[in-house]
Design a protein. Structure first.
Length: 223
C-alpha cells in the first residue's frame, strides 16, 4: 500500500495562517491555549474575536501542514470554530483542569525507517474540520512532554496558560499576578494602600500630619 501523499500548493491565506499557528509543538500549544482563553459573546454565544484571519488559523491548526490541504480549501464558518472551541473544553481542557483522563484517538500514518524504527505522522486532511481539529488537539497534548511544557489553569481568571516552570500557578497576565499577590499578602496590601492614600492626602491638603480614619478611630501619620 502506497501511503505517500502528494503535496499541493496552499493558498496564500492558509500559508500565512500556518505561519501564525506554527508547525512545532510549542508554537501550536501556545496557539491552542490562546484560542482556549477566548470567551463567548453574551449576545450570540458565538466565540469572541471573529475575523477572517482567525478562521484561517483554525483551519491551519486542524489540518496541521498546509501542503496537505487543497488550494481551494475555504476557512470554516465562525459557528464551526465556536463548536470546535466547545469541544476543546468539554473533551479536553475541562478534564485537564479536573486532573481527569482524556479519551483520545489518533489518526495518521506509520512509516518504517531503514534503521528499524517507525516514524508517525499525524494526518487529518481527509477528515471534516471538527474531527480534524480535535485530533490535532490530542496531538499537541501528547507532545507537551517532549518540549517540557505544561498547561496550567489560573485560579484567578480560570483560563489556561502555558508554562515551562513546574511550580507556576498563576497565568502571566499582570492583573492576575497582582490579584494573586494581594490575596497572599493581605496585610502588606492594606499597608501599601494606606501609605498611598496618606501620600495623596498630604499632596492634596499640603499638611504632612494627616489624620486617617473614621469618627471612632483616627490614626495620625507623621513624617
Amino acid at each position: 500500500m502506497n501511503t505517500k501523499r502528494q503535496r499541493v500548493k496552499a493558498s496564500n491565506e492558509l500559508t500565512a495562517a500556518t505561519g501564525r499557528v506554527g508547525l512545532q509543538v510549542e508554537d501550536r500549544a501556545r496557539w491552542l491555549v490562546e484560542f482556549a482563553r477566548r470567551r463567548r459573546t453574551d449576545e450570540t454565544r458565538l466565540l469572541e474575536g471573529e475575523s477572517l484571519a482567525a478562521r484561517w488559523e483554525a483551519l491551519a491548526f486542524a489540518y496541521g501542514r498546509r501542503w496537505f490541504v487543497d488550494q481551494k480549501a475555504k476557512p470554516p464558518a465562525w459557528a464551526d470554530v465556536t463548536t470546535a472551541y466547545g469541544r476543546l473544553w468539554s473533551h479536553a481542557f475541562s478534564l485537564l483542569r479536573q486532573s481527569q483522563p482524556i479519551s483520545a484517538h489518533w489518526v495518521g500514518h506509520l512509516y518504517p525507517q531503514p534503521d528499524g524504527s517507525v516514524r508517525a505522522l499525524t494526518y487529518t486532511a481527509d477528515l471534516p474540520f471538527l474531527g480534524a481539529f480535535m485530533v490535532q488537539v490530542y496531538e499537541v497534548l501528547r507532545g507537551l512532554t517532549s518540549v517540557r511544557l505544561r498547561i496550567r489553569f489560573c485560579p484567578i481568571c480560570t483560563r489556561p496558560f502555558v508554562s515551562k516552570r513546574p511550580d507556576a500557578k498563576v497565568c502571566p497576565i499582570g492583573s492576575c499576578r497582582t490579584l494573586a499577590w494581594r490575596k497572599r499578602h493581605k496585610e502588606k496590601f492594606k499597608a501599601a494602600r494606606r501609605e498611598a492614600y496618606h501620600r495623596q492626602m498630604q499632596k492634596k491638603t499640603g499638611n504632612r500630619n494627616v489624620l486617617i480614619g473614621g469618627p471612632k478611630k483616627k490614626i495620625q501619620l507623621e513624617r
